[in-house]
Design a protein around this ligand. Structure first.
Ligand code: FA5
Length: 367
């Protein structure tokens, strides 16, 4: 209560308070009508409620007008105390009667609108997440892995960045050897290179695990090849290595033939052609009878009846020695095949670049 009003006699102060309330309440009175409140947007109703609560607090709060008037009751003489008490009480009741309706309609409307806003219809169907699937190269790699694991081979996963030593020297390809040119790769200034073949894992695996050893190493390799329908600068190979006492070319042929039979069917025939790789001696490339025409000749095998798959041979004694395996005691065979071209053949693709363009419309076909 202001300085001015506190100098008035208590009865007048009660009257002044009533008038002041009535005047201010004018701004809120229409909110006692639920139909009026319904016209407000929720945010505005929230604002109005806040304003209204502040207004009410100024009259009926702990430090409000009614509380100050109640203090006057105690201070007035015994003859006036009862009358003043009843006047203040009446004013308090009158204020609460008038404000109750506004409180009620504002709160009811706000509660209803918030419920409406937050309502979740649990019966609506959910949004189905788009299910992806495994890339055809990965699927093929997993098939190859499954077959070799069932033949007792371990799977080695190794680095893609190599030193010259592992990519070339340890594989019996010294500097200036012509075989380096056909596997030119990407070099860093610190003398590291992206591996150009998974044969690097032969060395790491023998150094790590010694002999005897049976492992395959699927992985990414890199070459400075110009992209075309059968070449990519990045592609996948699977390396195989078996080192033990008395391992011969017969073991190599039997293993590769069994792998291809499990991969393409029991009728599959394998053939070996003499070849050259610096890290195997003797070396051979292997082909298998076309899975589509069974060897009669078709578009896939370019009418030859055969599909070329990879290189192989008996591990060169220099390679065994450099990896810490005694070639006087142990011998071994190794093979390597590219899975991108195999994948393209199996799915009838005429361009392996499609496999890495990541066009979802293309990849979706392999679900
Ligand atoms: C090798 O890389 C030897 N390391 C294989 C080997 C391992 C021989 C163990 C002896 C013992 P080659 O360079 O031929 O060999 O590559 C093997 C396969 O990789 C090829 O048959 C082919 O399928 C695939 N390939 C080669 N270059 C590319 C390329 N640019 N894009 C896609 N596939 C390729």
């Amino acid at each position: 209560m202001t300085e001015n009003t506190s100098q008035q006699d208590p009865k007048t102060q009660v009257e002044t308070a009533r008038k002041a309330f009535e005047e201010e309440f004018e701004d809120f009175v229409r909110l006692g009508d639920y139909a009026e409140v319904l016209k407000l947007p929720l945010v505005e109703a929230l604002l109005k409620r806040k304003e209204f609560e502040e207004f009410c607090r100024r009259y009926t709060g702990k430090k409000g007008t009614i509380a100050s008037l109640k203090k006057l009751i105690g201070q007035s003489g015994p003859d006036k105390r009862a009358i003043l008490g009843s006047q203040v009480q009446q004013l308090e009741k009158w204020i609460s009667d008038r404000t109750n309706q506004v409180h009620y309609s504002l709160s009811a409307y706000i509660q209803q609108s918030q419920l409406e806003r937050d309502r979740i219809d649990v019966t609506l169907p959910g949004r189905r997440p788009r299910r992806g699937h495994i890339h055809p190269i990965t699927r093929l790699r997993e098939r190859v892995e499954d077959i070799f694991v069932s033949l007792g081979y371990a799977i080695e996963d190794d680095r893609e960045i190599e030193t010259d030593f592992y990519n070339f020297d340890a594989l019996n390809i010294p500097a200036n050897h012509p075989a380096r040119a056909s596997q030119d790769t990407f070099y860093t200034t610190e003398g590291f290179a992206l591996r150009s073949q998974t044969s690097t894992v032969q060395i790491h695996a023998m150094q790590r695990r010694g002999a005897p050893l049976r492992m395959i190493a699927p992985g990414r390799v890199f070459r400075r090849d110009t992209p075309d329908p059968t070449h990519n600068p990045m592609f996948f190979q699977v390396e195989g290595l078996c080192v033990d006492r008395g391992i011969t070319m017969a073991h190599l042929k039997g293993t590769v033939a069994e792998f291809l039979r499990r991969m393409f069917g029991a009728q599959t025939v394998t053939r070996f052609r003499p070849s050259y790789f610096p890290f195997t001696e003797p070396s051979a490339e292997f082909d298998f009878s076309c899975f589509k025409c069974g060897g009669r000749g078709c578009r896939i095998c370019k009418q030859s009846g055969w599909i070329e798959l990879g290189g192989s041979g008996m591990v060169h004694p220099n390679v065994l020695r450099i990896a810490g395996v005694d070639p006087e005691i142990y011998s071994g065979f190794a093979f390597g095949l590219g899975i991108d071209r195999m994948c393209a053949l199996m799915y009838g693709l005429d361009d392996i670049r499609l496999l890495f363009e990541n066009d979802v419309r293309f990849l979706e076909q392999f679900d």
